[in-house]
Design a protein. Structure first.
Length: 259
């Protein structure tokens, strides 16, 4: 299936590994030229080279902290007029809400709400002028089904979700589609690290804890970054312009809800 985005340009944030890398690779396979971002230069360049060799598209690696004003400026200087923006940032720490002070909340809101909003603000008018834009925000299934140990994420990402619900409907008539992808359990380094911490807190081995979590999922497994990336690529396709302000849960069915 041709997604109709060959030759387009995309910014993909936090793309050196995990879900961000999955999205970058899927877009590259559709012929999209990339600017990818992460904090660690060596890992980011290794990912860029891997994508170049696999797909032949142009991939520029920009190592910067996307959650800072300076980092966003560097990334936007490398690609001031993207056709596609994939917002992604590492989630805040897990834990008990009693452990989180004001600084922790400010950091979470900055990374997972303000940063994507500032990037959207920087690129959306250009998309409107060119009459094509696709913005995908990677949030979390906890937006729909809050998890107690993800309180920082629950709050910050819910704020972004509310903002997107309004803005997406203002820009839809210009062929600019903004949507959110809500991942559940995926085999990424961040997920594994979180499971190790929860296993330790529960007094279980990581292997036993992981097996129990996998068994709870209706799909009987965790997802892969590759299949997540393919869902992102579809939402960025030329044929996705009638999908507006949606929250697509990708979790193997673990969120048990009708709507």
């Amino acid at each position: 299936m041709d997604y109709g985005i060959k030759g387009r340009t995309a910014i993909v944030c936090a793309a050196s590994q995990g879900l961000g890398k999955g999205c970058a690779l899927a877009l590259a396979r559709e012929g999209v030229d990339l600017v990818i971002n992460a904090r660690t230069a060596d890992a980011l360049e290794a990912t860029a080279e891997e994508i170049r060799r696999a797909t032949g598209v142009s991939v520029r690696a920009v190592a910067a902290d996307i959650t800072s004003h300076e980092g966003r400026a560097v990334v936007l200087a490398a690609c001031p007029d993207p056709d596609i923006l994939v917002n992604n940032a590492g989630g805040p720490p897990i834990g008990d809400f009693r452990d989180w002070d004001e600084n922790a909340w400010q950091s979470a809101v900055n990374a997972n709400m303000i940063t994507p909003i500032m990037l959207i603000r920087a690129v959306v008018d250009g998309m409107i002028a060119r009459r094509f834009g696709r913005i995908v925000n990677i949030t979390s299934r906890s937006v729909k089904a809050p998890l107690a140990h993800l309180g920082l994420s629950n709050g910050a990402r819910a704020g972004l979700t509310g903002f997107v619900a309004g803005l997406s409907r203002q820009v839809a008539k210009h062929n600019v589609a903004i949507n959110n992808l809500l991942p559940g359990p995926f085999l990424t380094e961040r997920q594994i690290d979180g499971l190790r911490k929860l296993a330790a807190k529960a007094g279980q081995t990581y292997e036993d804890f992981l097996a129990a979590r996998v068994a709870e999922n209706p799909a009987g497994r965790f997802g892969t970054p590759e299949e997540f990336g393919k869902a992102c690529a579809f939402l960025c396709s030329a044929d996705a312009g009638f999908i507006i302000g949606q929250n697509l849960v990708i979790d193997g069915g673990s969120v048990n809800a009708t709507m």
